[in-house]
Design a protein around this ligand. Structure first.
Ligand code: ZN
Ligand code: ZN
Length: 78
């Protein structure tokens, strides 16, 4: 009973990772959208950008603002 490489690839594809630190999003990160453009990063990188970098979204260069953060609620069926 060995799984094929293809099956594993499909499984991996469902796990989303942060484009900046390549860490898997945890449950709250998956709903975390710090920018209106929808570019998704983990909360660790968001805080990192705000505190140690320029505070701009890497995708659209808009300044990050805590009041723009959206918490998307995704139903388990999707
Ligand atoms: Zn990250
Ligand atoms: Zn953006």
């Amino acid at each position: 009973m060995s799984r094929t490489t293809q099956d594993q690839f499909i499984d991996d594809d469902e796990e989303e990772t942060c484009p900046l630190c390549v860490e898997e999003f945890d449950l709250s990160d998956k709903n975390f959208r710090p920018c209106p453009c929808g570019y998704q990063i983990c909360q660790f990188c968001y805080n990192n950008i705000k505190t140690t970098m320029n505070g701009l979204c890497p995708a659209c260069r808009r300044p990050y603002d805590d009041k723009n953060i959206e918490w998307k609620v995704i139903s388990p069926e999707e």
